[in-house]
Design a protein around this ligand. Structure first.
Ligand code: ADP
Ligand code: MG
Length: 269
Protein backbone atom coordinates (compact mmCIF):
# COMPACT_ATOMS: atom_id res chain seq x y z
CA UNK A 1 0.00 0.00 0.00
CA UNK A 2 2.72 2.43 1.03
CA UNK A 3 4.74 1.76 -2.12
CA UNK A 4 1.78 2.49 -4.37
CA UNK A 5 1.24 5.81 -2.66
CA UNK A 6 4.92 6.78 -2.73
CA UNK A 7 5.57 6.05 -6.39
CA UNK A 8 3.59 8.80 -8.11
CA UNK A 9 5.36 11.44 -6.03
CA UNK A 10 8.85 10.38 -7.05
CA UNK A 11 10.67 10.46 -10.34
CA UNK A 12 11.89 7.10 -11.55
CA UNK A 13 15.64 7.37 -11.84
CA UNK A 14 16.99 3.90 -12.32
CA UNK A 15 16.62 0.39 -11.04
CA UNK A 16 19.56 -1.70 -9.98
CA UNK A 17 18.20 -4.98 -8.73
CA UNK A 18 20.58 -5.95 -5.99
CA UNK A 19 21.35 -2.40 -4.78
CA UNK A 20 18.35 -1.21 -2.84
CA UNK A 21 19.92 2.17 -2.02
CA UNK A 22 22.44 4.22 -3.96
CA UNK A 23 23.92 7.42 -2.63
CA UNK A 24 25.53 9.73 -5.16
CA UNK A 25 27.81 12.67 -4.30
CA UNK A 26 26.06 13.36 -1.02
CA UNK A 27 27.27 16.52 0.67
CA UNK A 28 25.81 17.87 3.88
CA UNK A 29 26.50 21.18 5.57
CA UNK A 30 25.22 22.36 8.91
CA UNK A 31 25.48 26.15 8.77
CA UNK A 32 29.04 26.75 7.55
CA UNK A 33 30.48 23.32 8.45
CA UNK A 34 30.74 20.61 5.87
CA UNK A 35 29.73 17.40 7.69
CA UNK A 36 29.70 14.95 4.75
CA UNK A 37 31.89 15.29 1.71
CA UNK A 38 30.98 13.68 -1.64
CA UNK A 39 29.74 10.36 -0.31
CA UNK A 40 28.97 7.83 -3.05
CA UNK A 41 28.01 4.32 -2.03
CA UNK A 42 25.53 1.55 -2.59
CA UNK A 43 23.67 -0.73 -0.22
CA UNK A 44 22.99 -4.33 -1.30
CA UNK A 45 19.58 -5.81 -0.61
CA UNK A 46 19.05 -8.41 2.15
CA UNK A 47 22.50 -7.94 3.61
CA UNK A 48 23.89 -6.19 6.66
CA UNK A 49 25.93 -3.10 5.85
CA UNK A 50 27.80 -1.68 8.83
CA UNK A 51 28.87 1.95 8.77
CA UNK A 52 32.01 2.30 10.85
CA UNK A 53 34.29 5.18 11.74
CA UNK A 54 35.50 7.26 14.67
CA UNK A 55 33.15 9.33 16.78
CA UNK A 56 32.16 12.56 15.01
CA UNK A 57 33.01 11.19 11.55
CA UNK A 58 29.45 11.65 10.26
CA UNK A 59 27.94 8.15 10.64
CA UNK A 60 24.69 9.37 12.21
CA UNK A 61 24.38 12.23 9.74
CA UNK A 62 24.77 9.74 6.89
CA UNK A 63 22.22 7.21 8.16
CA UNK A 64 19.74 9.97 9.06
CA UNK A 65 19.84 11.30 5.52
CA UNK A 66 18.50 7.96 4.23
CA UNK A 67 15.05 8.47 5.78
CA UNK A 68 15.39 12.26 5.71
CA UNK A 69 15.13 12.86 9.42
CA UNK A 70 18.07 15.23 8.96
CA UNK A 71 15.55 17.59 7.39
CA UNK A 72 14.59 18.62 10.93
CA UNK A 73 18.11 19.88 11.80
CA UNK A 74 18.28 23.71 11.80
CA UNK A 75 20.78 25.12 9.29
CA UNK A 76 21.22 21.87 7.34
CA UNK A 77 21.65 21.82 3.59
CA UNK A 78 22.05 18.77 1.38
CA UNK A 79 23.38 18.22 -2.13
CA UNK A 80 23.55 15.00 -4.11
CA UNK A 81 21.08 12.22 -4.50
CA UNK A 82 19.79 9.20 -2.62
CA UNK A 83 18.01 6.60 -4.71
CA UNK A 84 15.82 4.03 -2.98
CA UNK A 85 14.42 1.19 -5.09
CA UNK A 86 15.15 3.23 -8.20
CA UNK A 87 13.38 6.34 -6.91
CA UNK A 88 14.98 9.60 -5.85
CA UNK A 89 14.05 10.45 -2.27
CA UNK A 90 15.44 13.98 -2.41
CA UNK A 91 12.36 15.31 -4.12
CA UNK A 92 10.81 17.96 -1.84
CA UNK A 93 7.31 16.63 -2.55
CA UNK A 94 7.74 13.10 -1.33
CA UNK A 95 5.55 11.91 1.49
CA UNK A 96 8.01 11.56 4.36
CA UNK A 97 5.63 9.51 6.50
CA UNK A 98 5.40 6.94 3.72
CA UNK A 99 9.14 6.99 3.12
CA UNK A 100 9.71 6.30 6.81
CA UNK A 101 7.28 3.39 6.62
CA UNK A 102 9.50 1.81 3.99
CA UNK A 103 12.74 2.79 5.71
CA UNK A 104 12.32 2.24 9.46
CA UNK A 105 14.75 3.46 12.09
CA UNK A 106 15.96 2.31 15.51
CA UNK A 107 17.88 4.79 17.65
CA UNK A 108 20.82 4.55 20.03
CA UNK A 109 18.74 4.70 23.20
CA UNK A 110 15.59 2.56 23.40
CA UNK A 111 12.70 4.94 22.86
CA UNK A 112 9.52 3.27 24.16
CA UNK A 113 6.29 5.22 24.47
CA UNK A 114 4.44 5.54 27.81
CA UNK A 115 2.05 2.81 26.75
CA UNK A 116 1.71 -0.95 27.12
CA UNK A 117 4.05 -3.44 25.48
CA UNK A 118 1.35 -4.39 22.96
CA UNK A 119 0.46 -0.76 22.18
CA UNK A 120 4.12 -0.04 21.55
CA UNK A 121 4.34 -2.77 18.90
CA UNK A 122 1.19 -1.47 17.19
CA UNK A 123 2.08 2.21 17.50
CA UNK A 124 3.13 3.00 13.91
CA UNK A 125 0.45 0.95 12.15
CA UNK A 126 -1.92 3.12 10.12
CA UNK A 127 -5.70 2.91 10.57
CA UNK A 128 -5.36 0.95 13.79
CA UNK A 129 -8.99 1.58 14.71
CA UNK A 130 -10.10 -0.47 11.71
CA UNK A 131 -8.11 -3.54 12.79
CA UNK A 132 -9.84 -6.22 14.86
CA UNK A 133 -8.70 -7.14 18.36
CA UNK A 134 -7.63 -10.57 17.15
CA UNK A 135 -5.56 -9.11 14.31
CA UNK A 136 -3.87 -6.67 16.69
CA UNK A 137 -2.94 -9.57 18.93
CA UNK A 138 -1.57 -11.50 15.95
CA UNK A 139 0.52 -8.52 14.80
CA UNK A 140 1.94 -8.13 18.31
CA UNK A 141 2.69 -11.86 18.55
CA UNK A 142 4.34 -12.07 15.11
CA UNK A 143 6.62 -9.11 15.66
CA UNK A 144 7.51 -9.91 19.26
CA UNK A 145 8.42 -13.43 18.08
CA UNK A 146 10.60 -11.93 15.31
CA UNK A 147 12.69 -10.16 17.95
CA UNK A 148 12.68 -13.17 20.31
CA UNK A 149 10.74 -11.28 22.97
CA UNK A 150 7.48 -13.19 22.82
CA UNK A 151 8.32 -15.83 25.43
CA UNK A 152 9.43 -13.12 27.85
CA UNK A 153 6.38 -10.87 27.51
CA UNK A 154 3.45 -12.99 26.24
CA UNK A 155 1.92 -13.10 29.73
CA UNK A 156 2.28 -9.34 30.31
CA UNK A 157 1.38 -7.60 27.05
CA UNK A 158 -0.65 -4.97 28.94
CA UNK A 159 2.20 -4.00 31.26
CA UNK A 160 3.89 -0.67 30.67
CA UNK A 161 6.77 -0.97 28.19
CA UNK A 162 8.95 1.05 30.54
CA UNK A 163 8.86 -1.87 33.00
CA UNK A 164 11.05 -3.93 30.64
CA UNK A 165 14.84 -4.06 30.89
CA UNK A 166 16.77 -1.79 28.51
CA UNK A 167 17.72 -4.73 26.29
CA UNK A 168 14.07 -5.83 26.14
CA UNK A 169 12.99 -2.23 25.41
CA UNK A 170 15.39 -2.04 22.47
CA UNK A 171 14.05 -5.34 21.08
CA UNK A 172 10.52 -3.90 21.53
CA UNK A 173 11.58 -0.83 19.52
CA UNK A 174 12.81 -3.15 16.77
CA UNK A 175 9.48 -5.07 16.90
CA UNK A 176 7.65 -1.73 16.53
CA UNK A 177 9.78 -0.94 13.48
CA UNK A 178 9.16 -4.40 11.95
CA UNK A 179 5.39 -4.06 12.49
CA UNK A 180 5.18 -1.28 9.91
CA UNK A 181 6.72 -3.68 7.36
CA UNK A 182 9.72 -1.67 6.18
CA UNK A 183 12.08 -2.88 3.47
CA UNK A 184 15.09 -1.26 5.06
CA UNK A 185 15.95 -0.92 8.75
CA UNK A 186 18.39 1.78 9.84
CA UNK A 187 19.98 1.22 13.24
CA UNK A 188 22.18 3.92 14.78
CA UNK A 189 24.40 2.29 17.43
CA UNK A 190 21.40 0.34 18.76
CA UNK A 191 23.38 -1.63 21.32
CA UNK A 192 25.61 1.08 22.75
CA UNK A 193 23.49 1.53 25.89
CA UNK A 194 22.99 -2.21 26.45
CA UNK A 195 24.82 -4.92 28.41
CA UNK A 196 26.93 -7.36 26.32
CA UNK A 197 24.36 -10.19 26.48
CA UNK A 198 21.52 -7.97 25.25
CA UNK A 199 23.84 -6.55 22.58
CA UNK A 200 24.68 -10.05 21.33
CA UNK A 201 20.95 -10.94 21.25
CA UNK A 202 20.37 -7.97 18.94
CA UNK A 203 23.35 -8.90 16.75
CA UNK A 204 22.01 -12.47 16.38
CA UNK A 205 18.59 -11.10 15.57
CA UNK A 206 20.00 -8.87 12.80
CA UNK A 207 21.68 -11.86 11.18
CA UNK A 208 18.32 -13.70 11.19
CA UNK A 209 16.34 -10.69 9.97
CA UNK A 210 18.47 -9.96 6.93
CA UNK A 211 16.62 -12.69 5.01
CA UNK A 212 13.60 -10.38 5.01
CA UNK A 213 15.09 -6.92 5.38
CA UNK A 214 18.03 -4.82 4.28
CA UNK A 215 19.91 -3.70 7.37
CA UNK A 216 22.11 -0.61 7.72
CA UNK A 217 23.80 -0.69 11.08
CA UNK A 218 25.98 2.12 12.45
CA UNK A 219 28.47 1.06 15.05
CA UNK A 220 31.67 2.44 16.49
CA UNK A 221 32.33 -1.07 17.85
CA UNK A 222 34.60 -2.69 15.31
CA UNK A 223 34.31 -6.13 16.93
CA UNK A 224 30.55 -5.95 16.51
CA UNK A 225 30.93 -5.00 12.84
CA UNK A 226 33.30 -7.94 12.37
CA UNK A 227 30.69 -10.31 13.81
CA UNK A 228 27.69 -9.23 11.76
CA UNK A 229 28.66 -7.22 8.67
CA UNK A 230 28.36 -8.52 5.13
CA UNK A 231 29.59 -5.13 3.91
CA UNK A 232 31.48 -2.29 5.50
CA UNK A 233 31.41 1.42 4.82
CA UNK A 234 34.29 3.23 6.52
CA UNK A 235 33.89 6.97 6.93
CA UNK A 236 36.24 9.36 8.62
CA UNK A 237 36.01 13.13 8.97
CA UNK A 238 32.95 13.20 6.69
CA UNK A 239 34.72 11.38 3.86
CA UNK A 240 34.12 7.89 2.56
CA UNK A 241 37.44 6.11 2.88
CA UNK A 242 36.46 2.65 1.64
CA UNK A 243 33.45 0.42 1.12
CA UNK A 244 33.11 -3.20 0.14
CA UNK A 245 32.58 -6.76 1.35
CA UNK A 246 33.49 -7.04 5.03
CA UNK A 247 35.69 -10.09 4.42
CA UNK A 248 37.85 -8.16 1.96
CA UNK A 249 38.00 -4.92 3.91
CA UNK A 250 39.00 -6.71 7.10
CA UNK A 251 41.61 -9.02 5.57
CA UNK A 252 42.94 -7.03 2.67
CA UNK A 253 41.80 -3.38 2.71
CA UNK A 254 42.72 -1.25 -0.31
CA UNK A 255 43.34 1.87 1.71
CA UNK A 256 46.09 2.32 4.35
CA UNK A 257 43.70 4.35 6.54
CA UNK A 258 41.21 1.46 6.51
CA UNK A 259 44.02 -0.92 7.41
CA UNK A 260 45.04 1.23 10.40
CA UNK A 261 41.43 1.48 11.55
CA UNK A 262 40.52 -2.20 11.24
CA UNK A 263 43.71 -3.34 12.95
CA UNK A 264 44.19 -0.74 15.70
CA UNK A 265 41.04 1.41 15.46
CA UNK A 266 43.42 4.25 14.73
CA UNK A 267 42.90 6.77 11.96
CA UNK A 268 44.80 9.88 10.91
CA UNK A 269 42.43 11.01 8.21
N1 ADP B 1 22.80 19.42 14.79
C1 ADP B 1 24.11 19.63 14.60
N2 ADP B 1 24.61 20.90 14.61
C2 ADP B 1 25.93 21.12 14.40
N3 ADP B 1 26.84 20.14 14.17
C3 ADP B 1 26.40 18.89 14.16
C4 ADP B 1 25.02 18.55 14.37
N4 ADP B 1 24.88 17.21 14.30
C5 ADP B 1 26.13 16.72 14.06
N5 ADP B 1 27.02 17.72 13.97
C6 ADP B 1 28.46 17.59 13.73
O1 ADP B 1 28.63 16.76 12.60
C7 ADP B 1 29.76 15.93 12.76
C8 ADP B 1 29.34 14.49 12.55
O2 ADP B 1 28.43 14.12 13.58
P1 ADP B 1 27.73 12.70 13.62
O3 ADP B 1 27.10 12.45 12.31
O4 ADP B 1 26.85 12.69 14.81
O5 ADP B 1 28.98 11.73 13.81
P2 ADP B 1 29.07 10.24 14.37
O6 ADP B 1 27.69 9.67 14.35
O7 ADP B 1 30.03 9.55 13.47
O8 ADP B 1 29.62 10.33 15.76
C9 ADP B 1 30.31 16.20 14.15
O9 ADP B 1 31.38 17.09 14.03
C10 ADP B 1 29.14 16.83 14.86
O10 ADP B 1 29.59 17.71 15.87
MG1 MG C 1 26.48 8.92 15.90
Amino acid sequence: MAEKALKPMLSVVEKTQDKIIQIKDLQIWINESRILNNITLSIPKNEITCIIGPSGSGKSTLIRSINRINDEVPGISTQGEIIFNGLSINNKNIDLAQLRTQIGMVFQKPCVFPKSIKENVLFGIPHLKKISKLEKFQIAEENLKAVSLWKEVAHRLHDKAISLSLGQQQRLCIARTLAIKPEVILLDEPTSSLDPISARAIEDMMVRLKKKYTIIFVTHNLQQAKRIADNLVFICDGKLIEQGPASKMLSCPSNPETKAYVTDEYCEC
